[in-house]
Design a protein around this ligand. Structure first.
Ligand code: 8IG
Length: 273
């Protein structure tokens, strides 16, 4: 089946506008200020950020579908923060490895921008290359290396990616927790985890974190004029750094163990945005 965003003649921004209109109608919230994509391990943060105004199945919004991965919630929520701002919580991420094309991957980000969001918080579960990040560490993304060989931008659209992961927003996060480490996120296509040799390649390139999301979404967020904050929960050390084989069960368990801590952290950071 062809994904609706890939049908000939479809404009991805018009499609995002349609999705945003549906969100406004179904949540009765005209305008959102901040959007958060909550990846593996991060979903509980939504409960701490503010008061849920509405929650809708992702399926009900144009271009969204149920998540392919256990550990993702599959809904879109509108939350009112104590500051009075409105946050859009995207609990359904389309990964590049699902093969729906890059438009589908960044549709949620473009939709968030069309709801009015000026800040995009992208979170994920990921593998750590630095051995000291073993116990469910939360790390700020300082930059990325995109190894998907793809871009969400179409045509001769030369978008600047300097300071893509806003140093201003990283500074705000460090006001909450000065001990937060930063790292360069390397997006691989997946869905297989890396070989140990690929992890060493990523390390030599300057990478600290390996994952299967976020970089393409961050590019689209910048294209749409949003300021980006990226955070990874290190649920496992990357292949070869960790001596035991990687498993999705391990990732889910590490996410659960870190859930309370990182949710509180993220809620405190969001209160500063
Ligand atoms: I959670 O070790 C999680 N996601 N590419 N490598 C990649 N993605 C991941 C990993 C990992 N852990």
């Amino acid at each position: 089946m062809v994904h609706p965003l890939n049908v000939e003649g479809v404009d991805p921004f018009e499609f995002a506008q349609r999705a945003a209109d549906q969100i406004a109608q179904k949540t009765s919230v005209e305008h959102h200020d901040i959007a958060l994509t909550l990846g593996s391990g991060w979903s509980k943060a939504a409960d701490l950020i503010g008061e849920t105004v509405a929650e809708i199945p992702a399926n009900d919004i144009a271009g969204f579908h149920k998540p392919a991965v256990a550990g993702h919630i599959g809904t879109i929520r509108s939350i009112k923060l104590p500051s009075g701002k409105h946050a859009l919580i995207i609990g359904a991420r389309t990964h590049f490895y699902e093969n729906h094309g890059v438009r589908a991957v960044v549709h949620s980000v473009r939709t968030a921008a069309k709801t009015g969001a000026k800040t995009m918080v992208l979170t994920n579960g990921a593998g750590g290359i630095r051995p000291e990040w073993d116990g469910g560490a939360a790390v700020l993304i300082s930059d990325h290396i995109n190894l998907t060989a793809s871009s969400p931008l179409e045509g001769a659209n030369f978008v600047d990616l300097t300071d893509l992961y806003s140093s201003r927003l990283r500074g705000l996060a460090k006001e909450v927790d000065a001990s937060l480490d930063e790292g360069v996120y390397v997006q691989f296509r997946g869905p297989h985890y890396e070989t140990p040799a690929e992890v060493q390649m990523a390390k030599k390139m300057g990478g600290d974190i390996v994952g299967m999301s976020t970089a393409l979404e961050a590019i689209a967020a910048r294209e749409s004029g949003m300021e980006v904050l990226g955070m990874s929960l290190i649920t496992n050390l990357a292949a070869g750094v960790q001596k035991t084989p990687l498993s999705h069960e391990e990732v889910i368990a590490a996410g659960k163990a870190a859930e309370a801590k990182i949710s509180k952290l993220l809620a405190e950071i969001v209160s500063k945005l």
